[in-house]
Design a protein around this ligand. Sequence first.
Ligand SMILES: [Zn+2]
Length: 243
Amino acid sequence: MNKGARLLGGTDMEIKHIQDHLMSVEEGYVRCFLIEGENAALVIDGGVEAGLREMVEKQTSKPLTFLLTHSDPDHTAACGEFEEILVHPAEMARLAQKRKTQSRFVAVQEGDRLDFEPYHFEVVLIPGHTPGSIALWEKEKRFLISGDSVTNATTFMFGEGRNLRAYLYSLRKLAAIADQLDVIYGSHGPVEVPPSRIGELIALGEQVERGEIQGVPAERFAGDIQEYRSQDAAIYYPAQDKE
Ligand SMILES: [Zn+2]
């Protein structure tokens, strides 16, 4: 649970304690994560604000590893502040194109282990929201850091690189480990997501795929984007009749 602000940055950034050595860096509608291990720290995602590194370095003096769950622009503002970016190869071309960064890319792949004692993460490849979206699974501590793929907010599933079929495949893969999770930490919306959200998103995605559910026009976007919602799951997706 959040225990309130511990540090306030010069911008709208705020570090919140989640559990033990796991913190979130709240940036309004999106968040990054910080895991402070015994010897090293892991920063997950680069948010929408510059100055993330400075903010994190007020919290910890441990050497920092920087990783992206995916390369959407609301997760990459601080990329240039880190020498190395751990990211799945399927995100690299887009990242290189969008961000004029000198940072080196380091590939992380399905099944890779990231050890930040006492945390041990396994990389789970979950394409669909983007081609190289990854989640980090802490098996022993029974949580998953899910990026945008499983959240309390509405997941963007329209536009370049989105793939509903792949997203459903990835959600089914996560469903297979859902009973080994107590909580999921998402990038948008309230941070703690119940593992049952995975099943709700699968049910919703299947209904959308089969054209069995009515969406509501999402007026914040141009075009024919609809918000589809069922139980507590929600996605933005193009209107079915225009597909
Ligand atoms: Zn996002």
